[in-house]
Design a protein around this ligand. Sequence first.
Ligand SMILES: NC(=O)c1ccc[n+]([C@@H]2O[C@H](COP(=O)([O-])OP(=O)(O)OC[C@H]3O[C@@H](n4cnc5c(N)ncnc54)[C@H](O)[C@@H]3O)[C@@H](O)[C@H]2O)c1
Length: 678
Amino acid sequence: MSQINKIAVIGAGNMGSGIAQKIAQEGLNVVMIDLKDEYVERGLGIIRQMLQEGVERKIFKPGQVDDILSRITGTSDFEAAADADLVIEAVFEDKQVKADLFKKLDQICSKKTILATNTSSFYVKEFAEQTARPDRFIGLHYFFHPAKNRLLEVIPHQATSRDTLDKSLLAAKLHGKTAIVVKDAPGFAVNRFFVPFLNEAARMLEEGLADIPTIEAAAKQAFKIGMGPFELMNVTGIPIAVHASTTLGNEIGPFYATAGILKAQMEKNELWDLAGEADEAKIAAVVERFYGVCLGVAAALVDEGVASIEDTDRGAKIGLRWIMGPFEIMNKIGVDRTHAAVEAITRKYDDFKMPQVLARQHELGRPFEFKFVDLEVKDNIGYITLNRPEAMNALNPKVVAQLDQCFSEAEKNEAVEAIVFQGAGKAFVAGADIRYFVQKIKADKISDIYDFTSKGHELLLKIENSAKMTMALLDGLSLGGGSELALACQAIIATPAGSMGFPETGIGIFPGLGGMLRTARMVGPELAKYYVFTGSTMTAQDAHELGIVTKLVMPADIDSAVQELMAGDKPDKYRQRKIPDRLKPLARVCSADNVARLLAGDPPQGVPEELAARVSKVIGFKAPVALKLSNDIIDQQDGKSMEEAVAIELGLLHDIFSTADALEGLSNIGRRVEFKGA
Ligand SMILES: NC(=O)c1ccc[n+]([C@@H]2O[C@H](COP(=O)([O-])OP(=O)(O)OC[C@H]3O[C@@H](n4cnc5c(N)ncnc54)[C@H](O)[C@@H]3O)[C@@H](O)[C@H]2O)c1
């Protein structure tokens, strides 16, 4: 895979400037091009202002702002895009303007350049056809504000090559976007159900079913959102809603066509009047109508293969900031009720038919099942992707069961020579689902946590002992269970963005999936205790120097690193190794003598003063029982077989999860907790 070194953004307006800002924020160079220098300057001004607001809100330090700005070049010279790897177009939503621009870019840009459009309402293929490189053409649909909203719809059209899609997904990852792959269809995935949500609100008003305050209240209740459709239109612009629904109506049919009252409001050039009290008696009917339309459309787009049910939910949650996606809502209110609400819509609008996916689920009489783990076999490699980016790919019983299923499938597949585990979105895996632990403790079902952990151990041992080479692709943050999954693999390929960490003792528990065991076996018990006691981040660089990370590479070199590892012998994970001098003081912090001191609340000795002070302070915030049990486990596991060592860890699981500190720590993630030591 070739590198994405240079990105150009065409158009320095609201979207273009935001896209350029985000790319630069994530450490990449970007050139932003507009027709005139003054437009470029205006775009740069928007970026400066946004970053300044970021400084005021303490998101950035002033120095960081200078760094970000230094990565953005603004120009009106289109030749600056000539050698870009990726060009993202964000100019006026005008078919001719975009078509002309792509003809010009096709002439200017080198053969390798991928051209992308951020169009909201046209087909991607229409612009691809203007160029001699339809295979290197794709849609990248951002959401406002592109520096803040993580969602990116990646839209290959029919002729987009696999390589172009892969490179676009890499580019998305490199600038911190959560990508969902969507078919080249009207409204793509998110606007397909979001625009009817706005439009139907207007129709209900038009019909006199309810007034604006009632419709606003019903929408907030139905979707657990902060702003109803009328307020949203007031903020984002009524013309945008009219334009989007007109396009959908023209492309798909009258069900999607703009409500007359909505068009009239645009023509009046007035905002909606939100004042007044909701009429409680009318809310229920409005809620059902919203469900019928939005959930029905979400199911229809899945029927048409526009997006998967999981990506449709992701689109709603990440792109629109809904608490639940449409399919999660269907499960919550029940498939029967959803079916009835959608059926009412099919009766009301002739051209809206009951989606198959909903009819089938209704017949089955059970909720939708979500896929959180995907297996894809490519070039003799089984790629297992933890695909739950909205929860940073956190592990829970469902995810672990699916992981197990995908792994077994990959192992059985004779064409698969190596199995690579990776995380969707920015993180690898951010530990286990804390909410699950809290629920189980409160329900007095710690035995379920035991079963979940025990199954997890079995899977990790299978991964570690597989006859096929198993690799973790650590190109983002990992914590707890995520780091433990990576450690169980036979090799780890990391990029500089990768990291590991064991925050467990800070939330009242200990790493329960062999993280202590495997770290100790690789780099010795002292260093393992240091990372577990302090929860300090182990950067990819540190892990590489410690021989935990097998290969440290730049994102573009991941594929060749995988190939190289496959071609060689399996790495000897537990070989003897030298601890680099730089990291020796960390090991000394947790020598046997110092551990006794630390557990008694005293600072370690024989290490630099600053380190001793920092460690004592950090350990002071950890749960005492968790620290003590971690220490005991690491000591007891020494010299035992893997299976015996796992049994030791599992044997103490009930003890730790039944402490008051565990419940307190797990219930207060992100807040400082006063642990009681019990
Ligand atoms: N605003 C949103 O919420 C949103 C969301 C997703 C996608 N989009 C899409 O993004 C695109 C841009 O929208 P926007 O809101 O940033 O518009 P905008 O009007 O703020 O900015 C458009 C910019 O493009 C420049 N431009 C026009 N023709 C050009 C050309 N031939 N070459 C170079 N620059 C040119 C203009 O000078 C202007 O600075 C549209 O296609 C829109 O549909 C918008």
